[in-house]
Design a protein around this ligand. Structure first.
Ligand SMILES: *Cc1c(COP(=O)(O)O)cnc(C)c1O
Length: 409
């Protein structure tokens, strides 16, 4: 069982990683353990984590809150089957509907799965209330997941030719372009689906007037407004949910990533009036799984009790201000974001190289596209962490930029 921790070094990686189906390039190291803002590899090198497990480890690495609740719940009941209630399921459903504008929740394990549930509910609604309308309008540069339907909903041009034919019934329009969205609405449309801050798309924020007009159009035409808060939900943007920044209420919201703090968990929430599924229409083996329910409830309670959404807003504002101050001389531009979902642009398309060099000196950051750097640390981040991250990042960037400029001459 402890084979991996016993076999240290890159020799072991080369030998054993061959057995993994190749789907992504991983660096030659093995992540071993974590605590708070840090992770350590099996060689005891330490990494400051400003990618937060991809906006997932909201309470930091290995938090006592999650360790304790896993301990207690796993000693009590790990799995009963989705055909039974369990206590944490009922408590967590009450908590999520108490703190949001929604009345009903469906639990699943991943963001894609929650979005699948939202897509199905929108189609069910279209069939029942809109004479069979089934089309969902989504945004260019959006990201909704990797199942076939959520890939079809995603507005990523690199995926256009992949796994054809796509699931039909999605059309993509540019974000914040009201005319384009209105032009796409037809009698086939049942819903409009969007992220309020596009995460994978490079941290693009939805305009207030745009969302307000879309909400109005949905009301007029009877369409569902679906917000994918898989990345923005549970405190990340400085409020518990990103829709709270806008003074509107969506009809459906999906949550994942930060809600489990690293435990696979997702949720789709909706209003009483869209409670349209019949028994058998939607489900899954792990829907409402007791361990996930107990962890989710503990994570959300901790975000509330420790005011981590406030911390996300305060540290996010500080991070953006420091990026602007430091970045001006370094060629960084377009510092943007909300709370702890922040990005900026590099003057050269060398994001992947910067990520690699930062990793080499013990800093984890993310580059969702070649000229964009995205930062989404745990919600527990402090100003000292931000300062340390900026020192490491600036150091790596200065060296890389100098080399690139010299090579260009
Ligand atoms: C990550 C992400 C997803 C997909 O979530 P998975 O848990 O990887 O399936 C969907 N929507 C958004 C906005 C995301 O950031």
């Amino acid at each position: 069982m402890s084979q991996i921790t016993q076999c240290k070094g890159t020799e072991w990686i080369a030998e054993a990683s061959d057995r993994l189906l190749f789907t992504t390039n991983r660096p030659e190291l093995i992540m071993d353990r974590g605590a708070g803002m840090y992770m350590w590899d099996t060689e005891d090198r330490v990494y400051l984590d400003f990618s937060g497990g991809w906006a997932v480890t909201s309470l930091g690495h290995a938090p006592a809150v999650i360790r304790d609740v896993l301990d207690q719940q796993s000693a009590k009941l790990i799995h009963a089957s989705p055909s039974f209630y369990n206590e944490p399921m009922l408590q967590f459903a009450k908590l999520l509907t108490d703190i949001s504008c929604f009345d009903k929740v469906f639990f699943a394990s991943s963001g894609a799965e929650a979005n699948e549930a939202a897509i199905k509910l929108a189609r069910k609604y279209g069939a029942a209330k809109l004479g069979g309308a089934h089309e969902i309008i989504t945004m260019t540069n959006s990201f909704h997941g990797r199942t076939l339907a959520t890939m079809s909903a995603t507005g990523k041009s690199q995926w256009d030719a992949l796994y054809e034919p796509k699931v039909p019934g999605f059309c993509h329009v540019p974000l914040n372009d009201l005319d384009a969205c209105f032009a796409a609405i037809s009698d086939r449309t049942c819903a409009i689906m969007l992220e309020l801050v596009q995460g994978e798309g490079g941290v693009n924020i939805v305009d207030e007037s745009y969302l307000y007009a879309i909400r109005k159009a949905c009301d007029i035409y009877g369409l569902l407004l679906i917000v994918d808060e898989v990345q923005t939900g549970i405190g990340r943007t400085g409020t518990m949910f990103a829709y709270e920044h806008y003074g509107i209420e969506p009809d459906i919201m999906t949550l994942a990533k930060g809600i489990g703090g690293g435990f696979p968990l997702s949720a789709m929430l909706t209003k009483e009036s869209f409670d349209l599924f019949e028994p058998g229409d939607q489900g899954g083996t792990y829907c409402g799984q007791p361990l996930a329910m107990a962890v989710g409830q503990a994570v959300v309670q901790e975000v509330i009790q420790s005011r981590l959404a406030d911390n996300a807003r305060i540290q996010g504002d500080y991070l953006k201000r420091r990026l602007q101050e430091t970045g001006e001389a370094l060629g960084w531009s377009q510092v943007r974001g909300r709370g702890l979902l922040v990005a900026f642009n590099l003057p050269l398309p060398c994001g992947a190289e910067l990520v690699k060099r930062c990793l080499d000196i013990g800093l984890i950051i993310n580059s969702p596209s070649p000229s964009v750097i995205r930062l989404m640390p745990a919600l527990i981040v402090t100003t000292a962490d931000v300062d340390k991250m900026l020192r490491l990042l600036a150091e790596c960037w200065e060296a890389l930029y100098r080399e690139q400029q010299a090579a260009a001459q």
